[in-house]
Design a protein around this ligand. Sequence first.
Ligand SMILES: C[S@@+](CC[C@H](N)C(=O)[O-])C[C@H]1O[C@@H](n2cnc3c(N)ncnc32)[C@H](O)[C@@H]1O
Length: 245
Amino acid sequence: MEKFWDFKSKNYPTAMDEYGLVTPTKVLTKVKDFGVDFKSKSVLDIGCGTGLYSSIISKEADNILGVDISSGMLGRFEEFIQLNQIKNIELKKTDFKEFDAKEQYDIVLCAMTPAISSFSDLDIMIDLAKESCIYVSFSKDRHSPIMDDILTKLGYPNKMKNKFFDTKEYINSLGYETKEEFFEHNWSQEGTLDEIANDVLQHLSLRDIKIDISKIKELLKDYENDGKIIRETFSTIGVLVWDKN
Ligand SMILES: C[S@@+](CC[C@H](N)C(=O)[O-])C[C@H]1O[C@@H](n2cnc3c(N)ncnc32)[C@H](O)[C@@H]1O
């Protein structure tokens, strides 16, 4: 898992890339409309990645702890912190499953991260929050024409599970009232045949699909144009917000 995210970190947008901030900005604006106030608060960002969410929140919060399993992601976030001389963000490299929290945080956020992947992870997340929790994830099946095509040709179902509605049901079953909103979230990645084949290989291995890279290259050949392949992904993400009290 760590290797996969280190690999993804090379092309993952950072807070220095305007396009990377578009969806987080929309999500956080809605979160504030829902009544969450980051001003002078302590925040835990679980699976913070390159800091797309924390970089925005840090303008208001008192302090933020970002935890992430990937040194590649954290390295890129650290670059942004140093460059902008941000003083209120601390980073910790850890698998959230082994996170030894020393304190609670006013607000706990997790966005688009498998760090929170079970009900017991959600229980821990809730225990760590004093005031509010924010959960962001895919809320509809992701659709990526190239990946869908490759999976179909290899004979695998092309549905990615998303846990948004299971999460909502679970949180409600605990007695918390949730607020929610949905956003279109699309992105594209351009690369050479080798680069995209490597990316597809990593995604397939995450699903325990073992295949030779030469086979992937063969399947990708049809998508090559002027030595480049554009891999697009279309998705909808949802944000769930709930107060502890
Ligand atoms: C898609 S990125 C999302 C990053 C950031 N939250 C965002 O929305 O831009 C997923 C992040 O979760 C991190 N991650 C995955 N599993 C994790 C775990 N078990 N513990 C901590 N971080 C994890 C990855 O390293 C990666 O940075």
